[in-house]
Ligand binder design. Structure first.
Ligand SMILES: [Zn+2]
Length: 142
C-alpha cells in the first residue's frame, strides 16, 4: 500500500471521501488489491454481496464486507467521520481529541477511542496500515 492518508491533500481528500460509499470502495480496493481470497475456503471466485462493496464467495457463499478485517470494522461512528479522524491524525499526530471533537462534532470520548485505535495502526512510515496490525492482533488473539 502506498502512502495514502498522510500524503493526500485536504481538498482532494474531502472530494474523494464525501460519502460512505466512497470510503467503502476505497477499503474494498485496498483489501482486495491482489485479488479476492475467501477466508473460509480459499476460493478466489466471488460475486457481489448483499452490502455495498462486500464480496461473496461463489463456492461456500461466505460474505465478507469491505470493512471486515480493517481498522474500520464495527466502527461506531459514520465511516466518513472515521476517515476524517484518520486523515487528521496522520497529518498531525499530536492533534488533541478535543480539537477533533470540535471539528467533526462527535463526542470527545468517542474521538479519543477511535484515535487510540488509529494510532496503534500507524506504521513506521507514519501512515495508516488499514489491514496489517489488525490481522496481527487477531492472530495473536488480542
Ligand atoms: Zn468460500
Amino acid at each position: 500500500m502506498k502512502y495514502f492518508f498522510k500524503d493526500i491533500e485536504k481538498i482532494e481528500f474531502s472530494e474523494i471521501f464525501h460519502d460512505e460509499e466512497s470510503c467503502l470502495k476505497f477499503l474494498a480496493n485496498e483489501k482486495w488489491e491482489k485479488g479476492f481470497v475467501c477466508r473460509k475456503c480459499g476460493h478466489t471466485n466471488y460475486c457481489k454481496g448483499k452490502k455495498p462493496f462486500s464480496r461473496r464467495c461463489t463456492k461456500c457463499k461466505a460474505e465478507e464486507s469491505a470493512t471486515a478485517h480493517t481498522v474500520f470494522h464495527r466502527c461506531r461512528i459514520p465511516l466518513t467521520d472515521a476517515f476524517k479522524i484518520t486523515f487528521m491524525v496522520c497529518h498531525s499526530p499530536d492533534i488533541s481529541t478535543y480539537e477533533i471533537s470540535r471539528k467533526i462534532e462527535i463526542r470527545q470520548m468517542t474521538c479519543w477511542k477511535f484515535k487510540k485505535k488509529i494510532v496503534e495502526c500507524i506504521d513506521d512510515r507514519g501512515d495508516l496500515d488499514i489491514l496489517q496490525k489488525v490481522e496481527l492482533k487477531q492472530n495473536l488473539g488480542v
